[in-house]
Design a protein around this ligand. Structure first.
Ligand SMILES: Cc1cc2nc3c(=O)[nH]c(=O)nc-3n(C[C@H](O)[C@H](O)[C@H](O)COP(=O)(O)O)c2cc1C
Length: 228
């Protein structure tokens, strides 16, 4: 994991063969899903991660997708109708519905690295992040069924998921109740995103000391993930 992260960051030093003056820079897709702006820990830690990454790789580019500021529509019968109608047969309304999904999928294909802030709400992810999953997990687009089962089509990317939770799920009696990080690992793996690192900032409901401890641990983890 370490080694691959180093490799990813070192890409800044590689010259594109066709244009010597241009460096290859990492393209990062940054997704946030906390409904909070003020005091959101998931926003704070993804920002810390990105700032540290950008300090190491000055030219890294970041595309921000804020699922709380710009919520996506939940699936409806019309959405599924649009998804499953061949592009050439879609009505203008269906084309509009499919275009939104396809722009979100394109953001994923364009990214080298995907950073997701994923607060735990009621033992799972936020409904905003789930709406995004439903827009990008598309048969024939991000996964397909091969002879030996499903095949994810989004390959060769690194994903960093920053989960936040009031309780502790990395160990102890609540470990089996984490349907946030475990769910994201599963569904992202299904669409081909198998190189996934989950960083848990947990115990956030346990007073200021709990928050401080979690933030310190997360900072250490980020420093380990992005070695000098
Ligand atoms: C609607 C809601 C549901 C929550 N459900 C849980 C939960 O099931 N388990 C838990 O440990 N924390 C839960 N929490 C606490 C959040 O995970 C915690 O406050 C976290 O910091 C939220 O992320 P944020 O700081 O980025 O907003 C919940 C918080 C909210 C607002």
């Amino acid at each position: 994991m370490f080694a691959t992260t180093r490799k990813q960051i070192r890409r800044v030093q590689i010259l594109k063969p066709d244009k010597e003056s241009e460096f290859i820079m990492t393209k990062i897709l940054h997704i946030n899903s906390s409904v909070r702006n003020n005091g959101s820990i998931s926003r704070k830690v993804t920002e810390e991660f990105l700032n540290k990454w950008k300090a190491k790789e000055l030219g890294a580019t970041v595309v921000n997708r804020d699922l709380a500021a710009n919520p996506l529509p939940h699936l409806t019968e019309e959405t599924l109708g649009a998804f499953f109608t061949p592009a050439e047969n879609r009505t203008p309304e269906q084309a509009k519905i499919a275009a939104l999904s396809e722009s979100l999928v394109q953001e994923l294909f364009d990214a080298d690295v995907i950073v997701i802030g994923a607060p735990m709400y009621n033992f799972s992810i936020t409904s905003g992040l789930k709406a995004w999953v439903d827009q990008v997990a598309r048969a024939g687009v991000t996964f397909k069924y091969g002879e030996s089962g499903p095949v994810g089509l989004l390959t060769g990317k690194k994903v960093f998921i920053f989960t936040t939770s009031g309780g502790v799920y990395s160990q102890g009696p609540a470990a089996a109740m984490d349907f946030a990080g475990t769910y994201l690992r599963t569904v992202l793996g299904f669409i081909g995103l198998t190189d996934v690192t989950v960083v848990q900032s947990e115990g956030l409901a346990m007073g200021d000391a709990g928050v401080e401890k979690a933030l310190a641990q997360t900072s250490n983890t980020i420093n380990e993930l992005l070695p000098a």
